[in-house]
Ligand binder design. Structure first.
Ligand code: EPU
Length: 313
């Protein structure tokens, strides 16, 4: 990194440490690979774990003042960080600070840092149905809102009533979910904002019935999805046919590039077989895409790809 950029970042980091409460964390040069399920990629220039909404707002304001790019990282389960890392600030909403889930009537008020598995588990114990599909998604509420995460024919915005978020200016707002216009696997509105909480609505049902549905989902997942490190489904399903089936028909299951491999179990997963680089994964994505394009199908990535390539030596 060039010296002037390094010193500008040091100034921003000191400013943040002075402005935020002592309970917030500010780290320079934080490795991101261990914070993602795929486990590849370089470090973030800055990583901030705010201890409160006020600190989050202050961190975003600081980025705006210094024209510093930022991204929120949820559970890192749908993220591919390039090998050169991320130039700017990564914001993490920890389950400890932002993960509260409270039941009010048929609703769950969830913090953005809450794990989907925890939300689904609480709903089951409380006898609230409609949250079963969240059980096997390895994400947090915040990331799942941004991606409109889904599984088993359901998706998060179907059960979301309101979303509370912070604007880049630091302003905190709350809107009805419909105003955010989420679509299949994306809520574009949240791309430049940070969701901090959401109200999700369920329906009363017997915990036993809910448990059976969750177990059926888990059986399907275990039978069809790999356990090795991955970022979940790599591509969105195109209109013509599911991406996994297409990749299977193209004969690409098991195809490898370096330490990355298309799963033998599900064609839409790329797994890290141990020590893969982002370059390995991106090379495989390109190969799948160009073979799909040759069949007249444009594949769009579902995983978020951030950061820069590693500069050549
Ligand atoms: N299929 C194949 N070959 C494969 C994979 C799938 O022929 O290698 C076929 C299956 O037999 C099935 C169809 O394709 O007929 C759909 O497969 P599956 O039921 O596995 O669902 P999917 O559309 O591939 C979607 C979500 C998953 C979610 C599952 C389970 C997308 C892109 N993916 O997968 O979400 O877990 O349904 O409900 O919408 C994710 O978002 O990261 C993700 C994994």
């Amino acid at each position: 990194m060039i010296a002037s950029v390094q010193s500008a970042l040091t100034v921003i980091a000191s400013k943040l440490r002075a402005q935020l409460s002592g309970e917030s964390t500010v780290i320079m040069g934080a490795p991101l690979a261990p914070r993602t399920t795929l486990g590849v990629g370089g470090p973030a220039d800055l990583l901030v774990e705010p201890a409160s909404e006020t600190d989050l707002a202050a961190a975003l304001r600081c980025c705006q003042e210094h024209d510093l790019p930022w991204r929120v990282l949820g559970r890192g389960s749908n993220l591919l960080v390039r090998d050169g890392g991320f130039r700017g600030m990564i914001v993490i909403l920890s389950p400890a600070r932002f993960g509260q889930v409270v039941r009010v009537g048929h609703r769950l008020h969830c913090g953005a840092g809450a794990r989907l598995k925890a939300v689904a588990g609480l709903a089951r114990r409380e006898g609230l149905a409609g949250f079963e599909f969240l059980e096997g998604i390895p994400g947090s509420i915040g990331g799942a809102l941004r991606m409109n995460a889904g599984a088993h024919g359901s998706w998060l915005f179907e059960i979301t009533e309101t979303v509370r978020f912070v604007e880049p200016s630091g302003l905190v707002r709350e809107l009805p979910a419909a105003a955010l216009q989420a679509r299949y696997r994306s809520c574009d509105f949240l791309a430049g904002r940070v969701a901090v909480a959401a109200t999700l609505k369920g329906e009363p049902a017997l915990p036993e019935t809910i448990r059976e549905r969750m177990e059926a989902n888990a059986r399907h997942r275990r039978a069809t999805q790999p356990r090795e490190p991955s970022a979940g489904c790599i591509f969105k399903n195109p209109a013509a046919l599911p991406a996994g089936r297409l990749i299977e028909e193209l004969g690409l299951k098991g195809a490898a590039n370096g330490r990355a491999r298309v799963s033998e179990l599900h064609g839409n997963f790329i797994v890290n077989t141990g020590g893969a680089s982002a370059r390995d994964v991106l090379g495989l994505i390109d190969r799948v895409r160009s073979q799909a394009a040759a069949r007249g199908i444009a594949l769009e990535t579902e995983v978020e790809i951030i950061g820069e390539d590693r500069p050549p030596n």
